[in-house]
Design a binder for this molecule. Structure first.
Ligand SMILES: *Cc1c(COP(=O)(O)O)cnc(C)c1O
Length: 396
């Protein structure tokens, strides 16, 4: 039988008008673009034939181009080839992955760790593994998108509490009759650099029979003794704590992990869909990460230098009227400007001076809080920071 597609009714507008969607993005000054990096050398980037000084990466310890990591990657490739071939639960879990998990658990001082190929899928998998229908997820208002998506995927009731507001969280926990209660929070907030009230969150978890999952993407390697992260910084120890962190930021490579009690991690390995149904990270990446963990633990000077840069920035910044630095003691320093256009113009003026400082706009941050996200790295020199401070003092 021959079927003939009916001609579309000319008057019906298509639901798929990408061009008009893009115009709406442009009208709101929200179009994002990518710059092509021609070479990386720590915070020195070559872009369009120009040498730029970056205050834009999450490479807080300056490890991403470390020669020892490049060498470890070469060695890993020689030993393991390129790909892991399968999910970890089929045949993708190599000795390199196994040893990395042991190193991770040892560094953060927790019984066991599970290594993921990336942080975003780690959280979108972990939250639904921990909470489902009839349960409740309590989520800080400024949590990272992957925790929010994880909560949505879980089908649990979502309770968003005020940013770092432990009193609001306490009220919500007390009023909840959910079977399982899961508290999720960034440890260091990715766009504000401030730190969650972790001790209070853990205390509330204990009082209300809840679990606490913290995402330390921006604290691991930077905070805590030996770079062990935010949980170690505040000496948090409890079977109710699940500690998640990523390995593409301060660790300079790629991936993520979750650490916790033996049983909790074994359970998560059985139940986390993004772990079970995804190809394992290449073993060469796991191999490279072992060298990164060694540098994190051994090279305390990187954290000391970083802390000094943060102090100098906050002490010496002279800012245009109406701009202010948000409260942050970490290498993520938000320079709050307000409007999207003003933030983009500030970014552009710094760019013309050879400085790359990204403007962050909604929906990454709340409407009206567009900002420059200054991020400091142990790879910055004090002279690099002076260059930034001088440029900020000159733009209006
Ligand atoms: C970057 C980030 C992630 C995602 O980690 P990737 O390894 O980059 O996928 C998760 N949580 C937070 C808070 C982050 O900043």
């Amino acid at each position: 039988m021959v079927t003939v597609n009916p001609a579309p009714a000319a008057a019906t507008p298509s639901a798929w008008d990408f061009a008009s969607e893009l115009r709406a993005i442009d009208d709101a000054q929200l179009r994002r673009t990518r710059r092509v990096i021609e070479s990386y050398d720590g915070v020195r980037l070559r872009v369009g034939g120009r040498d730029m000084l970056g205050f834009c990466s999450n490479d807080y310890l300056g490890l991403a181009q470390h020669p020892a990591l490049a060498e470890a990657a070469r060695e890993g490739a020689q030993r393991w080839g390129a790909g892991a071939t399968a999910s970890p639960l089929v045949c993708g879990h190599s000795l390199a992955h196994e040893q990395l998990e042991q190193d991770l658990a040892r560094l953060v001082g927790m019984p066991r760790a599970l290594y993921f190929y990336a942080g975003f899928p780690a959280n979108t998998g972990l939250v639904p593994a921990l909470a489902g229908r009839g349960d409740a997820v309590f989520s800080d208002a400024l949590n990272h998108a992957c925790l929010i998506d994880g909560a949505r995927l879980s089908r649990a009731e979502l309770q968003v509490y005020g940013h770092c507001d432990a009193a609001d969280l306490a009220r919500r926990l007390a009023a909840s009759s959910a079977r399982r209660k899961l508290i999720v929070s960034d440890a260091v907030f990715s766009m504000d650099g401030d730190i969650a009230p972790l001790r209070e969150l853990l205390r509330l978890a204990e009082r209300h029979d809840a679990m606490l999952l913290i995402d330390d993407a921006h604290g691991f390697g930077v905070l805590g003794p030996g770079g062990a992260g935010s949980a170690a910084e505040f000496d948090l120890r409890s079977p109710r704590l699940l500690y998640m962190a990523t390995l593409g930021k301060a660790a300079g490579v790629a991936g993520a992990f979750v650490a916790g009690s033996e049983d909790a991690i074994e359970y998560l390995m059985q139940r986390t869909r993004s772990y079970i149904f995804a190809t394992a990270a290449p073993p060469l990446v796991a191999h490279t990460l072992r060298t990164s963990l060694r540098l994190i633990a051994e090279e305390q000077w990187r954290r000391d230098h970083l802390r000094e840069l943060v102090r100098l920035l906050r002490q010496q910044a002279r800012l245009p009227a109406g701009w202010r630095l948000g409260e942050s003691t970490t290498p993520v320093q938000p320079l709050l400007i307000g409007g999207n256009e003003a933030a983009l113009s500030a970014m552009q003026q710094l760019w013309e001076r050879g400085l790359w400082v990204p403007a962050i706009r909604p929906p990454t941050v709340p409407a009206g809080s567009a900002r420059l996200r200054l991020s400091l790295s142990a790879a910055h020199t004090v002279q690099d920071l002076q260059r930034l401070l001088q440029a900020l003092a000159h733009i209006a």
